[in-house]
Design a protein around this ligand. Structure first.
Ligand SMILES: *Cc1c(COP(=O)(O)O)cnc(C)c1O
Length: 389
């Protein structure tokens, strides 16, 4: 019987014959950096925990199953996962990458990779022709993130995969905003799926973690080689925490998404709000493409207020959410991309991407939805006093 994803989330890390025979319903925490070998010519499945640890392996198998891949890899952070994937490239290779990319990925691609002779071109990926035009004979990789951060831009995954296949380039996709439950890039032909599991998969703002999934055996071997060589593996305790937290991802994410839809509609009706970025709104230019490749509109939205002063007044007046970097937690998280997630980006680059001084991002938590709506209403009322001054 093939299991649906909600079931796989609960049982995916526990396998017959894999965990111990004592009947524990949770994956054992194997706090062991090294493993005893039977004899000089008889080695077991595990030797050293950087290369493999049974607790981490349970998580890696679970994420591979959830994404419909063959191999999963758990890293110490989302950025460790992103950078390990880039490290399968070599000097002389070229990357075509969405300009609307996570700030840390932008920093790695612009400040680290060029030192190793790996070049890049940023493109507005909502324009498929522009992606095609940016591909050169050296292009080895086309890198996507959809929906994007923080303006929720939508990339047509199938169209970009087609371009990559025509040129013999690989595709990577950062699937953090959708989780494997609602967007399955490998099924659409993407080669490598990446998650910052720090966000919705863990969902409690407790640990940092990154996950990678591949389907192709050779590509899996290449990522494994980097994971073991570079060594930024996820620790055993954090692997256990993530396995536990992932069991509730479906209920958390689906509820957070439902409330995000209500908040987005509310914000769209507010005179003080200039623009709402949320793929669940009919007004979103990428809504049709998004709905053709995803089964959820997600729990993150952004909106722009007229100025820095109004945004500041609004943030100061909001009472429920934490004002912080990050997203995907059980607590609502309000953030200011210009100074937080995208602080690493030059001001001109931010402006090009719509990351204005009035832009705020909101990750919906699990608080009472009417409390959240009331908080928005009162904070907007306070902020509108600043706007008229
Ligand atoms: C947070 C995030 C990352 C980086 O993950 P860390 O766990 O913070 O290293 C990468 N991509 C996206 C879309 C993110 O939101």
């Amino acid at each position: 019987m093939s299991k649906r994803l909600e079931t796989a989330l609960i049982h995916g890390a526990i396998r017959e014959g894999y965990v111990d025979k004592k009947g524990a319903v949770n994956v054992p925490v194997y706090l062991s950096s090294t493993f005893h070998q039977e004899s000089i010519d008889e080695f077991g499945e595990y030797d050293y925990a950087r290369s493999g640890n049974p607790t981490r392996a349970a998580l890696e198998m679970a994420i591979a199953e959830l994404e419909g891949g063959n191999r999963g890899f758990a890293f110490s952070t989302g950025m460790a996962a992103v950078s390990a994937c880039f490290m399968i490239l070599s000097a002389g290779d070229h990357i075509v990458i969405t300009e609307d990319v996570y700030g840390g990925t932008y920093r790695f691609v612009t400040k680290v990779l060029p030192r190793y002779g790996i070049t890049h071109t940023f493109v507005d990926f909502t324009d498929v022709e522009a992606v095609k035009a940016a591909v050169t004979p050296e292009t080895k990789l086309i890198y996507m993130e959809t929906p994007s951060n923080p303006t929720l831009g939508i990339i047509d995954i199938r169209a970009v995969v087609d371009i990559a296949k025509q040129h013999g380039a690989m595709t990577f996709l950062d699937n953090t905003f959708m989780t494997p439950l609602h967007q399955r890039p490998l099924d659409l032909g993407v080669d490598v799926v990446i998650h910052s599991a720090t966000k919705f998969l863990s969902g409690h703002s407790d640990i940092l973690a990154g996950l990678v999934v591949t389907k192709d055996g050779e590509l899996g071997n290449q990522i494994y080689f980097i994971q073991n060589s570079f060594g930024s593996v996820l620790g055993v305790q954090d692997s256990f925490t993530l396995i536990q937290n992932m069991k509730t991802t479906a209920v958390r994410f689906n509820e957070q998404t439902r409330v995000a839809g209500r908040i987005a509609e509310f914000l769209e009706q507010q005179p003080l709000v200039e623009k709402v970025y949320y793929p669940g709104l009919a007004s979103h230019p990428g809504a049709a493409i998004h709905n053709g490749q995803s089964t959820s509109t997600g729990a993150v939205l952004s909106f722009s207020l007229p100025s820095y002063a109004v945004a500041k007044a609004f943030v100061d007046a909001m009472q429920i959410p934490v004002f912080a970097v990050s997203l995907g937690g059980v607590e609502s998280i309000l953030s200011y991309p210009a100074k937080m997630s995208h602080a690493a980006m030059e001001p001109e680059e931010r402006a090009k991407r719509g990351i204005t001084d009035g832009l705020l991002r909101f990750s919906v938590g699990l608080e009472n939805e009417d409390d959240l709506l009331e908080d928005f209403a009162q904070a907007l009322a306070v902020a509108s006093n600043v706007a008229v001054k």
